[in-house]
Design a protein around this ligand. Sequence first.
Ligand SMILES: *Cc1c(COP(=O)(O)O)cnc(C)c1O
Length: 502
Amino acid sequence: MKNSEKAYVSTRNKNDRVTASEGIVKGLSADGGLYVPDFIDDIHFNLNELSALSYAELAKTILGAFLTDFTPEQTAACIDGAYNTGRFDAAEPVQLTHAGNSTFLELWHGPTAAFKDMALTVLPYLMTVSAKNTGLDKEIVILTATSGDTGKAALEGFRDVPGTRILVFYPQDGVSPVQELQMLTQEGANTDVIGVSGNFDDTQNGVKAIFSDEDFRKKLENAGMVFSSANSINIGRLLPQIVYYYYSYFQLVKEGTIKLGEPVNFAVPTGNFGNILAGVYAKMTGLPVETFICASNDNNVLTEFFQTGVYDKNREFYKTISPSMDILISSNLERLLYERSGRNADKTSDYMKNLGTAGSYTVNPEAFADFYAGFADEAKTMQTINDVWNETGVLIDPHTAVAEAVRRDYAKETGDNTPVIVLSTASPFKFAASVLEALGQKPAPDTNAAALPELLSAKTGKPIPAPLQGLGERAIRHTGTCDKTDMAAKTAAVLELSERSC
Ligand SMILES: *Cc1c(COP(=O)(O)O)cnc(C)c1O
């Protein structure tokens, strides 16, 4: 594309310039870098004009500014398909809930009861339009590693979408029983789910290796297929997540908590850094955000990073009750490094090289002064679920509890009284066993996964979200497993790539 056009560039090579459509279809750049909008400084949203819009209209405006090679009609159709087809449980897809001093932005009212739905209901539409815009005539194979929520949301988003197939790898024993059952019962003729013996980082590394395997790519192409990604390394995953930062801000204005233009803070339970990075993009385009409270669980690699400037993945990996944040390599941090190094692709490349070789790199922490970072261990997470329930009658899941715990620490430590919006990323019913335990009713270890949401409902009187009802009656449709070293072979087998097609 021409240098004058509004492009996405690789964080590792400024000369790798693509359109939005190309970036969405490719997922990851050939050099391993992530695509970022080179033109973001040109976007300045007018708060006043946006403040009265419905969620879908807001999404059309915001995505319209980023999807520079989409027509307005294409963007609108993607948004309407995702948010105006009754897939969320209320007219507006997100909901702001006040609980005492806490404000939760509930992002889990979609088809799989986790915040991943906010983007993964949109991505298949973005992908289909992008394929058309780039003249792609091959079947798109979505290859995804999941820590639990992405997999189910992506399967649900792509199921039976013409011209696509989806293959999800998840770490066995690294997801909650309800999450696993949700995936294994997935319907759709174009879906495959495979359990990997390994942790999430192993699984993600396996998928990244397949993506960057040139021979594999050629084999696939000869068979009429191309890979793309539904992980948050895909820019099409990130863009829809910018919208709810704006939307929740405007809700606080409507409620009179703040005046238009006054700052807020966001507390975000963070794993792969996609959610919080969307907040950074919101801030860069005009949203008055003062501080991002980056919350981690025992896998607190990001806490150390923001506090000291040292990113070091050489540490013990913990399996926690907030599995979607059990991550040692936080992929989207690369995009923040790029922005905060003055968009220096060479520097970003060097950081990532060091991460690959030594497992660590060091930055100047001053470039990240608008981040506060903290973590909650397992006991504190449990206690926070219990406290919020007892104090307010609001039930939160372990991921949300991690963010709330760190928000409470932040308030105590700083005395800052800027309003904080806590991003609530999953329904507590998705993590029913842990939530029950936090409420003092630990279920027996052999309790059937499908029965857990019912036990939690009986305990709290809260209704089970529709997507999690009757899980026990659904047939198991996926039984495939593989070792973490065999993911490429497994992928070839599932896609029926024979040696002949080389
Ligand atoms: C994915 C996920 C997170 C982490 O989000 P990132 O974008 O990876 O930082 C937090 N909570 C839940 C419930 C999730 O599914």
